[in-house]
Design a protein around this ligand. Structure first.
Ligand code: ADP
Ligand code: MG
Length: 704
């Protein structure tokens, strides 16, 4: 008997040589083999004798070629015509402008034809552009056994994705031989499957590979989607449960004090800001650490929400830290927050690779660290340089990470587990943790991928935020935009020109294309303007310098690869051009666009397309219509699937779960099942198989 975790080399008919080939498809164990699902089925189920085919139906026949020829038509066009016969009759097959059959078919060959039966001006019925496959005489003879009325039980043939080493037929054969030999144990609680009317593992594996009918195949697929999503949710909730075992300091909500602060702001909070800060404040009042994700589009006003939490914390004598991924962003936060909290006279410092300051005064790093240790500084703002240093907080209760996706997972968990561990009265306490992201991720996806976090979403923009005027520009429209740029620069505005490439792997080409564009613009188009160039191959110091020059207004036009900061605030930059826009997902384009529109002046985004790709330009039109990141993300999820979002989230979600990532119902129901299970059995004592699966999953998917 075979077990799921046996090596695939133990599968019947697989020798070492074949096992290697299978490895190249990522198939290492029997489980990998059986979980390699067909992506479609060839439907030979409606197989008929030639005399029985009916007009309009899509049908398969087997027969022998009687005759095949090419018929020239007017204007260099042609038809390929063939006559096929079996014992019951003959039928014509017609291919328009398609010569391939002539190469493969000749009189006397046995073939299988699948396609639609049509008729032309009431003449004889014929196969219109059918698929064909050469078959052997033996296969042809088998046809006699098929009842023409019932079709065939094996009418659906699975088709697997293949590569150079392994073809679909081989996989089909191996799986067919393996399935009957395998011992399978169900690991999903039986009552869940019954409630959801889903097949058992055994049944589902049979049905997904060799279904009786499409309905059975779909049901099997549903089971596997349920299985994967259930495991993902279970794992996420286990991690959450684990996290909540830690203790943290309560940060009481001083209503009067915070209200006073809010009243002093030059604007009114949006409802979304009120709602999310309330969620955070309630978390802080608990003695278990918060682990919450604050999701809000660029410009939705996350900072002020973060500041309220920070202020709550330091006002009670606790320390807090705010981390940003880069020097520029950290500095921006330091200046902005110092200004906002000026009247309270807290000690607020910035600590980065190259800065070390408290309340505007330079101080040595060693002294800064000493002050942190002795609770002489309340709020530390910095880059992840902070985490790498040996840093000892005296009384840290709140850590906020801005643009969380820019931090590596390792850095984050290091932050949670070591650097920030607080010792108070010999009791280990974790700081409350708030991560923020400007990537608008559809709600379904967030629930699936950040299942271990609590979620707060700012889905609203501050009043009076101007819509960024967005236009898709075909090549012939460029010159006009360049004119517009020149005119805007002449009144003091600044411009981003982004030359991004899609693939991570092509960083070098991306740099090259930015350099080329820079050269072209400087020598041919904007000779009279001052241009800057920014790309990923530059040293961090150079990058910072270029960025600062632009921020100060010394550069008119910044040509850049996709490295420009997401959260950067340059109110004077009012135009952004994105080259080759048609190659990007809408969500990505929206991210780029967020770099303008920071000030009160009207901003513009021009999506330059390389050529007249009408399909993608119509897709790009969505960008012209809305500025709402969540709407765009939802649209993108529909158009391009979840893969692109997961890329930025660095998660290894299995294929079948990927497909269901937009299925809100499935995500919610699996989450409820996982919750109810853990509620009754937090360690999954009664479900060792399930526990095992969940543990294995943690090697594949990491949660934030
Ligand atoms: P992000 O969510 O991208 O971090 P910020 O917090 O930087 O956004 O806010 C963007 C701008 O909007 C800032 O200049 C901020 O002062 C301003 N802002 C934030 N909240 C409001 C509000 N409720 N009304 C008006 N302006 C606001
Ligand atoms: Mg921000």
């Amino acid at each position: 008997m075979l077990l799921l975790n046996n090596s695939v080399s133990t599968a019947p008919g697989v020798e070492t040589r074949n096992a290697k080939k299978l490895n190249s498809l990522g198939i290492r164990t029997i489980e990998d083999l059986l979980y390699s699902f067909p992506f479609r089925y060839k439907d030979f189920s409606l197989q008929k004798n030639i005399s029985e085919v009916k007009l309009g139906e899509t049908v398969t026949v087997r027969g022998r070629v009687l005759e095949i020829k090419s018929v020239p038509l007017r204007g260099r066009k042609n038809l390929t015509e063939a006559y096929i016969e079996d014992e019951t009759g003959s039928i014509k097959a017609v291919w328009f402008n398609f010569m391939m059959p002539l190469r493969f078919l000749s009189k006397g060959k046995y073939i299988q034809l699948s396609g639609k039966i049509s008729v032309y001006r009431g003449k004889e019925a014929y196969f219109q552009h059918p698929n064909f496959e050469l078959i052997s005489k033996t296969v042809y003879d088998q046809k006699q056994k098929l009842s023409s009325k019932t079709g065939s039980t094996s009418g659906l043939a699975p088709v697997y994705s293949e590569n150079r080493n392994v073809n679909s037929y081989f996989l089909r054969r191996v799986i067919q031989k393996t399935l009957p030999q395998i011992t399978l144990q169900e690991f999903i609680p039986a009552n869940f499957l019954q409630e959801q009317k889903l097949p058992t593992l055994q049944q589902a594996l049979n049905d997904i590979h060799f279904p009786e009918n499409i309905k059975a195949a779909n049901l099997a697929k549903k089971r596997f989607a349920f299985e994967k999503m259930f495991l993902i949710q279970l794992r996420a909730l286990e991690i959450k449960q684990q996290w909540e075992k830690n203790s943290a300091s309560k940060i009481n909500f001083d209503k009067k004090f915070i209200k006073n602060f809010v009243d002093s702001l030059p604007f009114q909070l949006t409802n979304a800001q009120k709602k999310t800060s309330w969620q955070i404040i309630q978390d802080l009042e608990k003695n278990k650490p918060m682990n919450r994700l604050l999701e809000g589009d660029v410009g939705s006003g996350k900072t002020i929400v973060a500041v309220m939490a920070l202020l709550s914390s330091i006002n009670q004598g606790f320390q807090a830290v705010l981390l940003a991924p880069t020097e520029v962003l950290a500095t921006q936060h330091y200046l902005g927050i110092s200004q906002l909290l000026k009247k309270y006279k807290f000690q607020i410092g910035i600590l980065t690779g190259s800065q070390s300051k408290i309340n505007g005064k330079k101080i040595s790093k060693a002294k800064f660290l000493e002050k942190i240790k002795t609770n002489k500084v309340a709020l530390v703002i910095g880059t992840h340089a902070i985490i790498q240093d040996k840093i000892n907080f005296n009384n840290l209760t709140l850590a906020i990470i801005d643009e969380q996706h820019r931090f590596g997972v390792k850095q984050r968990s290091f932050l949670q587990q070591n650097a920030m561990r607080v010792d108070s009265n010999a009791q280990k306490k974790l700081p409350h943790l708030l991560t923020m992201t400007a990537t608008p991720i559809p709600r379904t996806l967030s629930l699936a991928v950040f299942g271990n976090l609590d979620l707060s979403i700012i889905d609203e923009y501050p009043k009076g935020k101007k819509k960024i005027i967005t236009q898709v520009i075909p090549p012939e429209g460029r010159e006009q935009i360049y004119q517009f740029i020149r005119q805007q620069v002449s009144v003091g505005k600044q411009v981003f020109i982004i030359c991004p490439l899609v693939e991570e792997s092509s960083k070098i080409t991306e740099v090259k294309s930015a350099k080329e564009e820079f050269g072209k613009l400087q020598t041919k188009i904007f000779q009279d303007l001052s241009l800057g160039l920014l790309h990923g191959k530059m040293k961090p110091k150079e990058k910072e310098k270029t960025m600062r020059m632009f921020q100060k207004g010394n550069t008119d036009v910044l040509v850049s690869t996709s490295v420009v900061e997401v959260g950067i605030d340059i109110p004077n930059a009012t135009i952004i051009i994105i080259e080759g826009a048609e190659r990007f997902g809408l969500a990505q384009l929206h991210q780029f666009r967020g770099r303008v529109g920071r000030g009160s002046d009207q901003s513009y985004c021009f999506l330059f397309t390389s050529n007249n790709v009408s399909v993608s330009t119509s897709r790009l039109k969505a960008m012209e219509k809305t500025n709402n990141g969540f709407k765009i993300a939802e649209e993108d999820l529909k158009l391009r699937g979840p893969g692109q979002f997961l890329g930025t989230l660095q998660s290894g979600v299995p294929d079948i779960a990927m497909e269901s990532l937009s299925d809100l119902k499935l995500i919610q129901s699996t989450r409820l099942y996982a919750q109810s299970l853990l509620k009754h059995d937090p360690t999954l004592k009664k479900y060792p198989l399930l526990k095992n699966k969940s543990d294995l999953l943690s090697e594949k998917i990491h949660f934030e």
